[in-house]
Write a protein that binds this ligand. Structure first.
Ligand code: NAD
Length: 700
C-alpha cells in the first residue's frame, strides 16, 4: 500500500486562466513547476520535462523546431526558463547517422553542445535523447513513487498491463542515454495510441500534443497507479507487520543526539560530514517492521535514489524494548567498518578497467529500529535530500512488496550508474568546497552585533551555524536574515542561557540532532557593566561572573564532551575583551570576568591539544556599531566617564587607538574566522587583539 499520510490522490492543478497567453517555453516552465510542486510526482531534482517549440532561428530568420528540455541539475519545482537547454531538433535527429551503437552511446553526449540553439549556456543532460526522439510535442519523465513501485516489482511488466492496459507500455531497464531514446521512438512508432511507458526499475514517461494534455496524462496515470495499489493492498500487512514499537519522540531525539556525533566522527576522517535526522511515520513504519533487514539489503531501485543514498543503508541493531544505547555505541566502529568492507567488495566485483576510483565507502543512510533514520553527506542540503530520497525508496518498497516482490537494481547495473564516466564528469565539474564546508559552528550571543557578524562570516565560508542566545526576538530576526541569505539548511536558532547548565546541555543536544555534531564553538555571549568598586553590588559582580566566566566554562565543557565523542578535533574561540588584559577604571567586575575567560581559554588549550582541540581568544575593543552593549547604560556610563556626549564616543575611541581606526563587528568576525579555520591550524592558546592598536593590551 502506498503512503496515504499526505493524502492519496493528486489534484489536477492545471489552471487555464494562468496558462492563457503563455508562450511555449513559458508553458513548459508552468507545467514543470506544477508537476514538481508535489514530491509524489517526482523526487527532488529527479525527472525532466520537455517541449518542442517552433521559433525563429537567430541566424537565418527561418522558423525551426527547438527542443526545450530540462538541463543538467536543477529541480522541476523551481526551474525557470534559464534551467532549460535548447537544441535544434533537425541537428538532434541528424545525430542518428553518427551513432555507432550502444557500446559507444556515451560519446553521443559530446555531440549535444553542437546542437545548441541560440548560444544557450545551459548544459544539456544525459536524458536529452529520451525527449528528442519521442515524436510528440511534449514529454514528461517523472519519478513518482507509485509508478516506481510498479517498475520495481518482480512482475512489473504484467502489473503495468493489468493497471493500464494498452494505454501505457513497458520497457525493460535500460540506463538513460541515446539507446533508450531510440527505444522510446520505436515504441511510439509501433504503439501510436499509447500515452506513455513505464521503464523497469526507473520511472514513467508520458507524452501529449499539448502541455495541458501531457500534464493531465501524467497526473491521471499516477492516480490510476495509486488507486490500483489501494485496492490490491487492502488488508495486507505492510513490510510483514510491526515487530518493535517506536520510542516516544523525546527519547528518539535523545538517542539521535547521542549517536549522531559518534557516527559523524567515524565517517568524517577524510572530510567532515553533516547529518540529518528523520523520524516521520513512514520511516518508523519501515524501521520497526519485520522486513526491514531483507528489504534494506536489497538496495534502492530508481537510479536517482541510490545515487544519493548509496545502493543500500546500514541497519543499526537496536531493540527499543530494551534500549541499550551504550552497547550500540560500543559496536558502532565495527558496524561502520563492516559496511565499508562490503562497499569495497561491491566496488571490486563490479569495477571496469576504466572505472573512476572508489569514492567514500561509508554509508549515507543509517536505519535504527524504534528511533528513525540518520543520513550523512558532505553538506546539510544533501544529507536532508538523501533522507528524502530514502523515504521515496521506502514508499516504493512498501508498494512493490505489498503486491508482489520488490527487486532492487542488480549490483552491476547500480555500479554502472554510480561509477558512470558521465556521472563522474558531473562530480568533477562541481565547484571546489568552501573553506568551512562540512563544519558545524555554535555561536553564543549569536543574535548580538559581533555574534551575528561572526555567523555571517562562517556561513559565507560554507559552515552550518547554530545561533544561540537568550534574546528570542533578536534571535528570530537574526535567524530570518541569515537563512534568507544562506538558505534554511544552513542556520538554526536555539535559545540557550549560557549560565544554565541544563539549557547548555539541551542546546548542544539540539545542535547534534540538527546537524550531527559540532566543530567550532564561538563563545561570545556577553554584556558590559560599569561601576566603581564601592558601588559594585554582589548581584552585578555575580552577573558578570555568571555570563562571562561560568557561561564560558559551561559551553566549553559541553563542546569538549562532544569533540571527544566525535574524535575529530575541535575548535573553540572565546570573544573576550581588551579589558581582560588591560585594567580599566570603574569596571572591575567586567574586567575580572574577562580575565578569567582568557585564562580559562589557556587552560583548555592545554587540555585539548592532545585531541586536536584548539582554543584561542579574540579581544575586541570599542565595537560600537551593531553592538547591543553600546545601546544601553554602558554607552552612557562610558560617555560620562570620559565627560563627553554619547555621539562623540566612536570618534573618541578611534582617535584613542594607535592606528586611528574604528573597529567594526566584521573586523572581530574576521579574526574569529581565522581561528576557526585551518588557516590557524597550528595555533592554540593564542590571543589576537582587534582594537586598532592599544599598547596597554599588548600581550607578553
Ligand atoms: P551584543 O550585546 O550586541 O551581543 C551580546 C549577545 O549576548 C546579545 O545578543 C545577548 O542577548 C547575548 N547574551 C547575553 N547574556 C546571555 C546569556 N546569559 N546567554 C546567552 N546569550 C546571552 O554585544 P557585542 O558587542 O556583540 O558583544 C559580544 C561579545 O564581545 C561580548 O562577550 C562582549 O563582552 C565582547 N566585547 C564587546 C566589545 C564591544 O565593544 N562591543 C568590546 C570588548 C568585548
Amino acid at each position: 500500500m502506498l503512503d496515504k499520510r499526505s493524502g492519496s490522490r493528486l489534484a489536477n492543478l492545471w489552471d487555464d486562466a494562468r496558462a492563457e497567453g503563455m508562450s511555449g517555453p513559458e508553458l513548459l516552465v508552468y507545467r514543470s513547476n506544477t508537476l514538481g510542486s508535489d514530491k509524489r510526482v517526482t523526487n527532488y531534482g529527479g525527472g525532466n520535462t520537455s517541449s518542442k517549440v517552433w521559433q525563429k532561428d537567430p541566424l537565418t530568420g527561418e522558423d525551426v523546431e527547438v527542443l526545450w528540455v530540462k538541463g543538467s541539475g536543477g529541480d522541476s519545482a523551481s526551474i525557470k526558463l534559464d534551467g532549460f537547454a535548447t537544441l535544434y531538433m533537425d541537428k538532434l535527429r541528424a545525430l542518428k547517422s553518427l551513432y555507432r551503437g550502444v557500446d559507444h552511446e556515451d560519446e553521443m553526449v559530446g555531440y549535444l553542445p553542437h546542437c545548441t540553439f541560440n548560444l544557450n549556456p545551459r548544459t544539456a543532460s544525459i536524458d536529452t535523447p529520451l525527449h528528442a526522439f519521442v515524436p510528440k510535442a511534449c514529454v514528461d519523465h517523472m519519478h513518482p513513487d507509485a509508478i516506481i513501485a510498479i517498475a520495481a516489482a518482480k512482475d512489473s511488466r504484467a502489473i503495468t498491463k493489468e493497471v493500464f492496459g494498452e494505454a501505457i507500455g513497458w520497457l525493460p531497464w535500460k540506463r538513460p542515454g541515446f539507446e533508450l531514446g531510440l527505444w522510446l521512438e520505436k515504441f511510439c512508432r509501433e504503439n501510436p495510441d499509447a500515452k506513455g511507458v513505464v521503464l523497469e526499475s526507473h520511472g514513467l514517461f508520458t507524452w501529449g500534443d499539448t502541455p495541458k494534455e501531457c500534464y493531465e496524462t501524467t497526473i491521471s496515470v499516477i492516480n490510476q497507479a495509486i488507486d490500483w495499489f489501494e485496492r490490491k493492498s487492502d488488508g495486507k500487512a505492510i513490510f510483514g507487520g510491526e515487530v518493535v514499537k517506536a520510542l516516544d519522540a523525546p527519547a528518539r531525539r535523545a538517542i539521535a543526539a547521542k549517536l549522531m556525533p559518534r557516527i559523524r566522527g567515524l565517517i568524517s576522517e577524510k572530510s567532515h560530514k553533516l547529518g540529518h535526522f528523520d523520524d516521520q511515520p513512514a520511516v518508523l513504519e519501515f524501521v520497526n517492521s519485520k522486513d526491514l533487514r531483507p528489504l534494506a539489503a536489497l538496495g534502492t531501485s530508481c537510479p536517482d535514489h541510490f545515487l544519493r543514498t548509496k545502493i543500500r543503508p546500514l541497519v543499526i541493531e537496536f531493540d527499543p524494548a530494551r534500549p541499550d544505547v551504550d552497547a550500540v555505541i560500543a559496536r558502532l566502529a565495527d558496524d561502520i567498518a563492516a559496511y565499508r568492507v562490503g562497499y569495497q567488495a561491491y566496488y571490486d566485483s563490479c569495477k571496469h578497467p576504466d572505472s573512476p576510483a572508489i569514492r567514500d565507502p561509508n554509508a549515507v543512510v543509517y536505519l535504527m529500529p524504534g528511533v528513525g533514520m540518520f543520513t550523512f553527506a558532505g553538506d546539510k542540503a544533501t544529507a536532508r535530500i538523501s533522507g528524502e530520497f530514502y523515504v521515496n525508496a521506502i514508499n516504493v518498497m512498501r508498494g512493490a512488496s505489498t503486491v508482489s516482490s520488490y527487486v532492487g537494481l542488480p549490483a552491476q547495473e547500480a555500479f554502472d550508474i554510480e561509477y558512470w564516466q558521465l556521472e563522474e564528469a558531473k562530480l568533477q565539474r562541481l565547484p571546489k568546497p568552501k573553506a568551512l564546508a562540512g563544519q558545524i559552528a555554535l555561536v553564543t550571543g549569536g543574535a548580538g552585533g559581533i555574534g551575528r557578524a561572526t555567523a555571517n562570516r562562517l556561513l559565507l565560508e560554507g559552515a552550518c551555524v547554530v545561533l544561540a542566545d537568550i534574546d528570542e526576538t533578536a534571535l528570530a530576526g537574526a535567524h530570518e536574515e541569515l537563512s534568507k541569505a544562506y538558505g534554511k539548511d544552513f542556520v538554526r536558532p536555539v535559545r540557550i542561557d549560557v549560565t544554565s547548565e541544563d539549557q547548555v546541555t539541551s542546546g548542544f543536544a539540539e545542535t547534534s540532532v540538527e546537524f550531527g555534531g559540532i566543530d567550532i564553538l564561538v563563545s561570545n555571549a556577553g554584556l558590559a557593566s560599569s561601576a566603581p568598586i564601592e558601588e559594585t553590588t554582589l548581584a552585578l559582580w555575580n552577573k558578570n561572573m555568571d555570563i562571562l566566566s561560568t557561561g564560558y566554562f559551561l559551553v566549553s565543557r559541553e563542546a569538549f564532551r562532544l569533540f571527544r565523542a566525535q574524535k575529530i578535533g575541535g575548535n573553540v574561540v572565546f570573544v573576550a575583551s581588551k579589558n581582560g588584559l588591560a585594567a580599566s577604571p570603574n569596571a572591575a567586575a567586567y574586567c575580572t570576568a574577562k580575565a578569567a575567560e582568557i585564562h580559562l581559554a589557556r587552560c583548555l588549550a592545554l587540555e585539548g591539544a592532545e585531541a586536536q582541540i584548539r582554543v584561542n581568544v579574540v579581544n575586541p575593543d570599542a565595537v560600537l556599531r551593531g553592538s547591543k552593549i553600546w545601546t544601553g547604560e554602558w554607552k552612557e556610563q562610558r560617555a560620562a566617564a570620559y565627560k563627553m556626549s554619547t555621539d562623540d564616543l566612536e570618534e573618541h575611541y578611534r582617535s584613542r587607538s594607535m592606528l586611528k581606526r574604528s573597529v567594526f563587528p566584521e573586523d572581530i568576525a574576521e579574526a574569529i574566522y581565522f581561528f576557526a579555520s585551518d588557516m590557524s591550524a597550528k595555533s592554540t592558546g593564542n590571543i589576537v587583539n582587534v582594537d586598532a592598536g592599544n599598547a596597554q593590551s599588548f600581550t607578553r
